[in-house]
Design a protein around this ligand. Sequence first.
Ligand code: NI
Length: 201
Amino acid sequence: MTKKRIIRLFITVLIGVALAGAIAAYQIKDETAAAHKNSVVAKNFGGDFTLKNHLGETVTQANFDNQYRLIYFGFTYCPAICPTELQRISSVLKELGDKGNTIQPIFITVDPERDNVATMKDYVGLFHPRLIGLTGTTEQTDIVKKAYKIYAAKVQEEGMNDYTMDHSSFIYFMGPDNSLIRIFKTDDTIEQMIDVIKSYL
Ligand code: NI
């Protein structure tokens, strides 16, 4: 191949890649728009639970009836993912401004052994003034984990005294009627989240 042909081939490939990217971006946008309004992932998701909030008060699912919710399961000792996701919830609420006030952010621990009421109180305050931290006995958190289809397991790493937790990382957007509207994953951008949430408020 001559140098010119190589350059031409290179440019053709570049255009192809750019085009594929544009189509993919368009499809994602289209999918987001289509998923808006009146569509839910599951009706009557979750289920009842009895837990303690970070102020030590007993809380059940009924406490959140008629409220939009953003729920995240994790643990306070999590080095990276949990703080990132809670920060994202906080950013979404901030960006939504007054509309964001109609959404209740909730953090439920998958590590009740270490995350007692006092630990949860210190932790939730780092992210959002309205973030509610929920903990309980192992039996109580097992019930809520099962209801929300959350996987969590202790991991003891070699040479470490402390254990860590392997766990699912989803942000559940729930409606006032306990329907599961949307599951946000770690690769959903804040803009995509806002876009979806806004269309419901
Ligand atoms: Ni985590």
